[in-house]
Design a protein around this ligand. Structure first.
Ligand SMILES: [Zn+2]
Length: 136
């Protein structure tokens, strides 16, 4: 679909381009696309050099991993009960390691789980240790 450029549109195009508006801004003003504007400008020989193209202002840089930048890990909010917990008080993030021998009412370690493990750091290591009751 070829856009018919009427004299009014051409005047707007030229004046906005002279005022350093972007192709997108001109396209919005004329109700056409950025590529239609840039195509017309090229046919009119009104192309800015690459260095003269106005760039949109950069967004302020957001630190994605501020704790890495600070060099210190963020302390995890400690909401878990310290020490052994009963089944009744066992939360989703509690270490599942059973303290002592399993009984009908076992006590679980209850320390915060290590990421990706049902156990805390100490018990994850113990579960992989040679001779462990959970080692293969
Ligand atoms: Zn544990």
């Amino acid at each position: 679909m070829a856009l018919e450029w009427n004299p009014t549109q051409l005047t707007i195009l030229r004046s906005m381009w002279a005022a350093r508006a972007t192709g997108l801004e001109i396209g919005d003003a004329l109700g056409t696309s950025r590529s239609a504007v840039l195509g017309k400008l090229r046919r009119l020989g009104m192309v800015r050099s690459a260095g003269a193209i106005r760039k949109p202002p950069r967004e302020p840089k957001v630190e994605k991993f501020p704790y890495i930048a600070r060099g210190k890990p963020k302390p995890a909010p400690e909401t878990l009960r310290p020490g052994p917990v009963t089944m009744e008080h066992l939360a989703a993030k509690h270490c599942r390691w059973i303290e002592g021998s399993p009984t009908p009412d076992p006590l679980y370690c209850g320390v915060a789980q290590q990421y990706g493990s049902p156990y805390c750091q100490k018990h994850t290591r113990m579960s992989f240790a040679k001779g462990s009751r959970f080692a293969a």
